[in-house]
Write a protein that binds this ligand. Structure first.
Ligand SMILES: Nc1nc2c(ncn2[C@@H]2O[C@H](COP(=O)(O)OP(=O)(O)OP(=O)(O)O)[C@@H](O)[C@H]2O)c(=O)[nH]1
Ligand SMILES: [Mg+2]
Length: 295
């Protein structure tokens, strides 16, 4: 625990000029390390993920124990009725895991927000249940978040040293690159589509007009919480461990709607101006065409 706290403590640039200075620097860094929060609520949205729950909880437990973190794992399930509840109950005697079942709602983004409301610690990590996001990177995400000034830490497959499993099809890579390019102006992130991220309760409390549509909750939170200083952690993005993907054409359409709503939120005047000028141009063209044809 002390080792992790030291690792997570902000680096202090003190140049010791004597042994005395060295000792002072060490004492200061120990005090700051002691103040660094090493507790975290890990939120996992699930829908029909029962084959993945046990390996996921075991890997999170192992990785966070090795890192000296105090954790709770909050599974937010949308009434999958596939045995997920029973698996969590059997795991809860050995692991710090609990489940919230939502019976009347569906959707990844809403489930994650419900998880934040359930969480008891002040640092949140969100990751998918299907092990595409390596739980071993949770420690590095929190280290990043605890660097001075960082308000949002996100795992990325597109930064140097990040990668995507070779089994990803060309079509999937192309769609992911297109979506990433479309979202880039909204947030200075190399992988704004990522669903593996860490941030603080305090930042969440700054959220305005949260819109729980679609899959891209990290992008939504980054924009609506007014985050400015992201930290990135490269990961190897795997393929799904078991079970079926819930992403499909319908999610793709939702993503487009979501993107437009975020552009409206961030640049309402520019959006109104571009729509207004497009309408003006089209009206002018139609008017001159009609006049030319009536001569
Ligand atoms: N609670 C809840 N979780 C969901 C819902 N839809 C998806 N999820 C979870 O959100 C996470 C991401 O969904 P995936 O189906 O893996 O989507 P994806 O990673 O974009 O697609 P793949 O790469 O094909 O796995 C998984 O943990 C899902 O179980 C939902 O409606 N409600
Ligand atoms: Mg997945």
């Amino acid at each position: 625990m002390a080792a992790l706290r030291l690792a997570m403590a902000p680096e202090i640039k003190i140049i010791p000029t004597s042994k005395k200075c060295n000792a002072v620097a060490r004492i200061v860094s120990i005090i700051i390390a002691g103040m660094t929060d090493s507790s975290v609520s890990i939120i996992v949205p699930t829908y029909k993920e029962s084959p993945n729950i046990r390996p996921l909880v075991e890997r999170i437990s192992l990785a966070t124990k090795a890192a000296g973190l105090t954790v709770e794992i909050v599974i937010v399930d949308d009434n999958s009725q596939d045995g997920t509840v029973e698996i969590i109950e059997s795991l809860s005697s050995d692991h710090p895991v609990r489940i919230k079942v939502r019976k009347n709602e569906r959707g990844l983004a809403g489930a994650v927000i419900a998880g934040f409301r359930e969480a008891k610690y002040d640092q949140f990590v969100v990751l998918d249940a299907d092990l595409q996001h390596p739980p071993e990177a949770i420690r590095r995400l929190l280290e990043r978040l605890n660097e001075p000034g960082c308000d949002f830490a996100i795992a990325t497959r597109y930064a140097a040293k990040g990668s995507i499993d070779e089994a990803w099809s060309t079509g999937r890579r192309f769609a992911s690159c297109l979506a990433t390019l479309a979202a880039r102006p909204l947030a200075p992130l190399s992988d704004p589509m990522s669903g593996f991220f860490a941030f603080r309760r305090q930042t969440f409390q700054h959220a305005t007009k949260l819109n729980a549509i679609g899959y891209k909750i990290a992008l939504e939170l980054f924009v609506k919480c007014g985050c400015r200083s992201p930290g990135e952690v490269p990961i190897e993005f795997s393929i799904r461990n078991a079970g079926q993907s819930k992403a499909g054409l319908r999610e793709g359409m939702r993503f487009l709607r979501h993107l437009v709503s975020l552009y409206w939120f961030k640049w309402p005047i520019a959006m109104a101006a571009s729509i207004g000028s497009s309408v003006l141009i089209v009206t002018a063209i139609v008017y001159f065409l009609c006049r030319a044809m009536s001569r």
